[in-house]
Design a protein around this ligand. Sequence first.
Ligand code: HMG
Length: 417
Amino acid sequence: MGKFSGFYRLSPEERLRLVKQERSLTGDETKVLTDSGALEMGKADRAIENVIGAVHLPLGIATNFVINGKETLVPMAVEEPSVVAAASRAAKQTLPDGFKAEADESIMIGQVQITGIEDINTSLKNLEVNKKEVLNKASEYMKHVEQYGCGARDFGAKAVQTDRGAMIIVNFHINVGNAQGANMVNTTLEGVSPILEQLTEGKAKLRIVSNLASERKAKASAVWKKELVGKAAIEGVLDAHEFAKRDIYRCSTHNKGIMNGIDAVAVATGNDWRSVEAGAHTFAAMGRYQPLTHYYKNENGDLVGEIELPLAVATVGPAISSSPTAGTSLKIMDVGSSQELAMVMASVGLANNFAALSALGTVGIQKGHMKLHARNIAAYAGARTNQEIDRVAEILTEEKNFNVERAKEVLERVREE
Ligand code: HMG
């Protein structure tokens, strides 16, 4: 491994040359990495470490979304067939009313862990009595963003007994505006720690944002009318929802289907989808791990769907500006704030969940999914033109046979047609 010591000091081109040599990559295999399109190597090399290239994901537009009365085009970056189509179809079935959505203020929770405390009660009391001084100190680190409404709003402190003795955890509530907020929060926590140490006579250890942004949630709801989607779909969704409420194995996949849509928008807009995922699943696990969506029939027998989850997402910040596609995706979506983006994401998550449950609860997921995946299989079997791909996919779907070998036989027949 000595060859790779100091790898980071090389240029992207030199790194790729070394990897190519070490792994006997062909010209084509390296070209796919360096054919980086909009993300030129210099920009990529400033974004993360040890860069040798860039990867690409398809970017689709989910259509038919009306959110709080506003027609919205939704960019989704995802590798899985049928996710974009499913969101679009589910959204179409909510029209003309569409989705109603709302989002909290951008309050992030920042945590400071304090250890080595002699007198827990006195330390807690000192923190409470000096709250104003602590918050003023914290705000010194956010002066540059006060104009955007950012700032340390409050904090709470609690004692926790651990295997390593008593600790105090101080949870700050910090408004981070349209940023995701992790950097802003972590800088503020590190700056305010000395005063916390003085007041508790303890030692500040971890100073870090929490990804369980439970004060920064988004909600969305929609009604799927029985005349439009049919009784079978409504009953199927309600049965699927009950299954997920009672069975954690099903609930995991239920929530994955929601995050199919939410993550796709997060990736398209250059957001940290790992923090979005962490927040969503820990929120779902508060108490007992439960579905992030809920469904019930209204007085007309129509299906009402609701979603609520933490969504700490940004429309400004270094990660957004370093992504070549984020700005364009946000412009396509025509969102002007973190809250608006969160409302779109919540609506998409609900739409994808409804689409999956209504398909699962009636005709099964493969009918729709494989109809779209068949085009991938046709291309994988060697179909080149769109006409060949569509014709082979059509025959595979009719036969309900999505085997690649069968696709190759069908392709030969199509070429003879
Ligand atoms: P369909 O009935 O063939 O669609 O559904 P349609 O022809 O009636 O068209 C209705 C609308 O769907 C269209 O309206 C489009 O918006 C959209 P229009 O624009 O024409 O006015 N649509 C498409 N959009 C883009 N490309 C297409 C396309 N076709 C229709 N090719 C569909 C086809 C796949 C949408 C449907 O069968 C469906 O929604 N199936 C569910 C598939 C699904 O949910 N896939 C998600 C990935 S799998 C997943 O979520 C994981 C899972 O494990 C989660 C869980 O377990 O809960 C399942």
